[in-house]
Structures are given as C-alpha cells and as structure tokens.
Write a protein that binds this ligand. Sequence first.
Ligand SMILES: [Zn+2]
Length: 69
Amino acid sequence: MYSRNKWREEIPCEATAVWVCSNEECTCWMRNNFSFESIPTCWKCQSPMTSGTRQLPPIHNNNPEMKGR
Ligand SMILES: [Zn+2]
C-alpha cells in the first residue's frame, strides 16, 4: 500500500518569490524569476500584480548550490 499524496510530502517546498494578482477575484500568479523593470500586469484581468511568496518546489537549474565535494 502507498499513499497517493506521498509524493507531495516528499517535494521540499520553499518560499518562492512570485507575482500575485491584486484582484481578489482573480487567482492568477506567476513566478518572480525574471527581473521586471516595472510591476507586471495580470494577463487575465490586466490588474497590477503585487509581489508575494508561495510555497513551491524549487526550480532545478544549471546553478548547483552544492559546495565542496
Ligand atoms: Zn488577475
């Protein structure tokens, strides 16, 4: 037997910077990986987005954080 939700628990989520739509009726958000020169607008409702955080699994990129060997 195994839990169907087990994989969710094993993914280490961390507070990730995101842009969140300021429209309370809209649930749009996107990762804040890019350096925007200005505040982005929601692609759905055109509302200005505000910076926030979400618990997300970290993105794997080509910049390993492991130091030493
Ligand atoms: Zn929106």
